[in-house]
Design a protein around this ligand. Structure first.
Ligand code: IPD
Ligand code: CA
Length: 266
């Protein structure tokens, strides 16, 4: 059994290499390859190429492990470890030339489903800033050699929050109602456009909290370990208006209960 730190350094290595490729392709110009769940949900050739690179590297370094990627699907392994990968999180930003996109790679143990897995290691790499956020289970979350810690409490000015909106227009009214419920506790609200960065920023204390309905496993697998290792709290909850696409809430310990209650609407 490899240590969580061994998996972490592998995730970091591959995330850097994958992010460099994404950035190179971005500078050459980006073309949309297809639309997915909705017209707004796109995949570029670079998403596929970057995932192929990550999958190939993992197949060489960890041939027995499973794989769950946004673009090329799932494959069970012979070990109890699965790599959960978003090659480009923030694809719409990427396509428009907005630099908030990231490569997200996590190693999880157990059933490769969010409520069942145990996250062992994760890396979130932002090619545009060069920032590589990383964490290993019970060994902290880190950026440039500095240990990350969430904000325990927001400042007196209110909480700096982030959220996201899914691609399905039918869910937007519910998302906006959630925003209205949460705004009284906010100093401001960000919509960064990459869930892995939202979570990395909560871990780094750049945001006080984050909530979004409908995240996919690869959007949050690495980020949730960053938040947990930085002392944050998180919950995924199935709501009546979120059929099959749970609400995800992450925040520092002093804010979490209040944010969760407002986001859920209880
Ligand atoms: C999306 C981003 C976005 C979030 C969406 C995700 P993608 O991932 O993380 O911020 O609001 O829910 O699907 O499609 O760019 O990989
Ligand atoms: Ca993606």
């Amino acid at each position: 059994m490899p240590t969580a730190q061994h998996l972490e350094s592998l995730a970091m290595d591959i995330a850097r290499e994958a992010g460099d490729l994404a950035q190179r392709r971005r500078s050459e110009g980006v073309a949309v390859a297809a639309t997915k769940s909705a017209l707004a949900d796109i995949v570029t050739h670079a998403d596929r190429e970057v995932e192929a690179l990550i999958r190939g590297r993992l197949a060489t370094e960890r041939p027995g492990d499973g794989f769950l990627g946004e673009e090329s699907g799932a494959e069970r392994g012979s070990t109890d470890i699965t790599w959960v990968v978003d090659p480009i999180d923030g694809t719409v930003n990427y396509a428009y030339g907005i630099p908030s996109y990231a490569v997200s790679i996590a190693a999880v143990r157990g059933e490769p489903e969010p409520d069942k897995w145990e996250a062992l290691a994760g890396a979130v790499f932002s090619p545009a800033t060069g920032e590589l956020f990383h964490a290993a289970q019970n060994a902290g979350a880190w950026l440039y050699g500095a240990r990350l810690a969430v904000n325990v409490e927001p400042s007196a000015a209110g909480a700096l929050l982030a959220t996201g909106f899914g691609y399905d227009p039918a869910t937007h009214a519910g998302d906006l109602a959630r925003v209205a419920r949460v705004m009284p506790m906010a100093r401001d609200l960000r919509r960064i456009g990459a869930a892995s960065l939202d979570l990395a920023y909560v871990a780094a204390g750049r945001l006080d909290g984050y909530f979004e309905r409908g995240l996919q496993p690869w959007d949050h697998a690495a980020g949730e370990l960053l938040v947990a290792e930085a002392g944050g709290r998180m919950s995924r909850v199935e709501l009546e208006d979120t059929a099959g696409r749970p609400l995800f809430v992450a925040a520092g310990p002093g804010l979490f209960e209040r944010l969760f209650a407002a986001a859920v609407g209880s």
